[in-house]
Design a binder for this molecule. Structure first.
Ligand SMILES: Cc1cc2nc3c(=O)[nH]c(=O)nc-3n(C[C@H](O)[C@H](O)[C@H](O)COP(=O)(O)O)c2cc1C
Length: 231
């Protein structure tokens, strides 16, 4: 099992600590791991040209930086998106990366390799915002074509500290173990659920109208407009 972790902070704090607990569980199962730390490994903001969607991803001014990241994502069986909650959402670094991947949403040019992958979202917040952050990241993963998306959010009531100082650290470890077991089961099942299959069918109908030639040519080439499926 290959894992790519995309961590939306370089801060060695709560998110890092909880992510490492998960990685320990997965490594114990023989997982190989790869990691992208934001913004260190990707530090661009989307400039809004929409070239990626309208004219092809290679027309993005940051293509040379985002393409190798997507390649690493494609190689993974499990993609982890880990982020602290900043002002009610993911970090700016995480959001900037997600913006650069708009063109792989199901409504545009989804990658076959995404279907059947498993996703895991890890968040840590001081008090609130876990739910909204998980929702945002889960919808991104779903729109990339990933069905089995799990999540773990922890509310620390602390800033700048580390879960190791917390009185409920044993509870956190137990919860992490339980979510990790579910993730491992999902990895074995490699299923594409009804919601993704439904959305794929729906967006396939819109591709038949071909409002964006770059997208509809891609769907045509894949044979998806003639009944072929990526899952
Ligand atoms: C800029 C900033 C914004 C934050 N915004 C929120 C927030 O909206 N809601 C919340 O509950 N905690 C918020 N926090 C607290 C962090 O989410 C919390 O301490 C988290 O565990 C930090 O993760 P880290 O140790 O991995 O950096 C914020 C912290 C910072 C630095």
């Amino acid at each position: 099992m290959r894992i790519l972790t995309v961590i939306g902070t370089a801060h060695n704090g709560n998110t890092r600590a909880v992510t490492d607990l998960f990685l320990d569980e997965f490594r114990a199962e023989g997982a190989e791991t790869d990691e992208i730390v934001l913004p260190k490994d990707f530090d661009e903001f989307c400039c809004g040209c929409a070239n990626c969607i309208l004219h092809g991803e290679d027309k993005c001014p940051h293509y040379h930086k985002i393409a190798p990241i997507l390649e690493r994502m494609e190689k993974a069986d499990l993609i982890i998106l880990a982020t602290p909650v900043f002002v009610g959402s993911c970090t700016g670094g995480m959001k900037a990366l997600l913006d650069h991947l708009a063109y792989i949403w199901l409504v545009h040019r989804p990658r076959e390799s995404m279907f059947g992958k498993t996703g895991l979202i890890i968040t840590s917040a001081g008090g609130s915002g876990v739910k909204a952050t998980v929702k945002l990241l889960k919808s991104n993963m779903n729109y990339w074509g990933i069905s089995g998306v799990h999540s773990y959010g922890v509310t620390t009531m602390k800033m700048g500290g580390n879960y190791i100082d917390y009185k409920d650290k044993d509870k956190i470890k137990k919860q992490v173990k339980s979510v990790a077991r579910k993730v491992i089961r999902s990895l074995k099942a490699k299923k594409t659920g009804f919601k993704i299959r439904f959305l794929f069918g729906l967006f396939g109908m819109t591709q038949k109208n071909g409002w964006n030639r770059t997208d509809s040519d891609y769907w045509k080439e894949k044979g998806w407009l003639d009944g072929k499926k990526p899952y």
